[in-house]
Design a protein around this ligand. Sequence first.
Ligand code: GLU
Length: 473
Amino acid sequence: MLTIKTRFAPSPTGDLHIGGLRTALYNYLFAKKNNGKFVLRIEDTDRARFKKGSVETILTGLKWVGIKTDGKIIYQSLRTDIYKKYAEQLIVKNKAYYCFCSAEILNKIREEQIKNGNPAKYDRRCLKLSKKEIEEKIKNNDPYVVRMIIPDGKTKFKDLIREEVEFNNREIDDQVLLKSDGYPTYHLANVVDDHKMKISHVIRAEEWLSSTPKHIILYEYFGWKPPKFAHIPMVLASDKSKLSKRHGATGVLEFKKQGYLPEAIINFLAFLGWNPGDSREIFSMQELIKEFSIEKVQKGGAIFNIEKLNWINGQYIRKLNIDKLTKLCISYFEKKKSLHSSSFIKQIVALEQNRLKKLSDIAEFSDFFFKNKLEYDKDLLKWKNMNNEELKNILEKISDIFSEIPENDFTKEKLEPILKSEAVKIGDNGKVFWPLRVALSGKKASPGPMEIAEILGKEKSVERVKSALEKIK
Ligand code: GLU
């Protein structure tokens, strides 16, 4: 029986992209569902695009969301001898050739091809070099690359998501396999390693679909059996273009910083191109492993809907117990936390739990608890068509009520019946609770006024009602 083995093969050219994590997740889910292995391979052979620190963001990102890799991490940059050996093998078999053309010549060839209405491909002039000429150039230390020969005809393969895919080889350039710096290109290293690592399924983003015919040809040249391919839909922004920095956060660790929970990120990413075929939306990693199937992955681009992510994240935030949530929120309180007791912070977190979409919201939602003076427009105090007189009367009334309640009894339970009976007298809840809520929070939207009052305590609450009265004088 075929042992299932998948891999995540990122190039360390920047922070781990959220779309990259989706690729890793699909590979992981597929492997684990089939009792297979999931490995990590760092494709770091493009030294010009290599960015220091990106391997760390990949490892931290995977760890954060709970994707564990099997076995040792493979770094391609440490394996250049292997790729060179295979490139030379292809030269011996007449499936690849040395090319000594400079960038300048290549540009000229391109221009010429375009002028003549041909695909902008290399014209194979180095394929005509004699053995002697090649030896001389190499002895002379002339820089060279190794190119594969793309044969005539068509290349077909079956994609697990797209069914039969066909490419006309005429469109494909003689791909460089080995660069002049001695490093392999993505294509050579990728094929050699997928073979050597016994990868059974290559699950990768659709953008690599056009590379696959080159890979299929390489497998044929080497006499190796190719893995199965599944090209998963691109992650698109709401304007249907490829999701990029200009649409907001794209780095996995940026999402972490903003206060998205790893469980929510996984749940959301799983649905970016896949769904279980019914209306269920909340899935743990274990549930995803059970349910995931490649057949249910869609072909068309998957829109990254931040509202959906916020909703899912909110669902996971609601499920946390207060101690855990407080711990996760604490860094968003910045310096404020040192000035207040942890039970004060915990009360605030409990109060805001149901309103949070992401953990960082806590900072903005709760800032009024920490201010000495609230800034707001005095008109905000008025409920609908309330007039000044009514507003003044109720705030005075509330101030009296608050002052009479002993400090220790200043709780929601105590305040509620008293304020409610006041509202009944006036005949409109809004005329009591709206001005009070604004006086205590200075905000259009906040939790209920009695809950806020309880956390603020008697002294601060009275002070805030009094300063509201000052404002409308
Ligand atoms: N290194 C490629 C990337 O960065 C891997 C593509 C593949 O999975 O073959 O996405």
